[in-house]
Design a protein around this ligand. Structure first.
Ligand code: OGA
Ligand code: NI
Length: 338
């Protein structure tokens, strides 16, 4: 391959060897059906106890749901989609100035998942940004396109509001005080992955992102409306999540699985690629502060504290472990089991 990234403007006619999964790990796309009943939660609903009940149900049975009337302005969404498309259309030399495969960098353009740890690569480029506090990180963000910083900062602010509101609802849905989870998670970090999945010559043989769970607390995913690609694992089957207009897909991350003592599942999901069209998604992650202690509260642990599924850990400890591995290994939370 000529460059480090896939988004070089060259259309590949063959899938390079290093992207080909062994037969047993392939996506088997013909066996995937559409998820017909993805919960869609209307956050404009004024009946709070009904909302809380819907969230509880969705987190328990699915680990993911979509939200509408979420308070993020349509204009903010349209603008970010436009500017990130523009970013990925920049000449490859321009993008490569931002390239790094070091996961500890707070701003980088990269490819696949963790190129130095993985055996098989994934058909994805991504721009990864730290987004909170904005004044600390915005200066290092791309300045080309020139409107990037302003548009992405505005989007980040609105998405953060939404995320914190969802955390209040999730807290209540676990029978905890509204503010409980936010207090435990401390001053939360916010990261963004702008994912770009170019057209792929052989979608049956590879992934954009293989099955994984997100290591953070909560993920707010903006999906391309035109091109599908997100799939979630439900009752042992992979199901395609069709984008709903003006909705975000929310998924519970590993930290909520631990905090809820396993009641809420950090959902397994993956991104598949397609032959004809590039697909984009913008994932925003809320992350506990580094020193937040992740521990199931007594009310969820039962009488005996040893009944917690996971031992206490700090988020910093978890995050370090997560990035020291690759996505195909045993689930990272397994390493924190009691
Ligand atoms: C992620 C992710 C899914 C998608 O970035 O963690 O799962 O549809 N993305 O791009
Ligand atoms: Ni993910």
């Amino acid at each position: 391959m000529d460059t480090k990234v896939l988004s070089s403007g060259v259309r590949y006619s063959n899938l390079p060897e290093s992207y080909i999964r062994p037969e047993s790990e392939r996506p088997r796309l013909s066996e995937v059906s559409e998820c017909e009943n993805v919960p869609i939660i209307d956050l404009g609903c004024e009946d709070r106890s009904f909302l809380v009940q819907q969230i509880a149900e969705a987190c328990k049975c699915y680990g993911f749901f979509q939200v509408i009337n979420h308070g993020v302005r349509l204009e903010a969404v349209d603008k970010i989609l436009e500017v990130v498309h523009e970013f990925f259309r920049l000449p490859v030399e321009e993008k490569l100035k931002l390239y790094s495969d070091d996961p500890s960098k707070t701003m980088r353009l990269s490819t696949s998942f963790n190129v130095n740890k993985e055996k098989v690569h994934n058909w994805r480029d991504y721009l990864r940004l730290h987004c909170y506090p904005l004044q600390k990180y915005v200066p290092e963000w791309p300045s080309n396109p020139s409107s990037f910083k302003e548009i992405v900062s505005n989007y980040c602010k609105e998405v953060r509001e939404l995320g914190l509101r969802l955390e209040e609802l999730i807290s209540e849905s676990l029978g905890l005080e509204k503010e409980y989870i936010k207090k435990v998670l401390g001053e939360q970090g916010q990261h963004m992955a702008v994912n770009y999945y170019p057209p792929c010559p052989e979608p049956e043989l590879t992934y954009g992102l293989p099955g994984h769970t997100d290591p953070n607390a909560l993920t707010i995913l903006l999906q391309d409306l035109q091109v599908t690609g997100l799939q979630v694992l439900k009752d042992g089957k992979w199901l395609a999540v069709k984008p709903h207009p003006n909705a975000f897909v929310i998924n519970i991350g590993d930290q909520f699985q631990a905090l809820s003592n396993g009641r809420y599942k950090s959902v397994w999901h993956r991104a598949i690629v397609n032959a004809d069209k590039a697909r984009m998604s913008v994932a925003s992650f809320l992350c506990p502060s580094d020193d937040a202690i992740i521990s199931a509260p007594k009310s969820l642990a039962g009488d005996d504290a040893s009944a917690t599924v996971y031992r206490d850990f700090t988020y910093a400890e978890y995050y370090k472990k997560f990035w020291s591995r690759n996505l195909d290994q045993e689930h990272c939370l397994e390493l924190f089991k009691n």
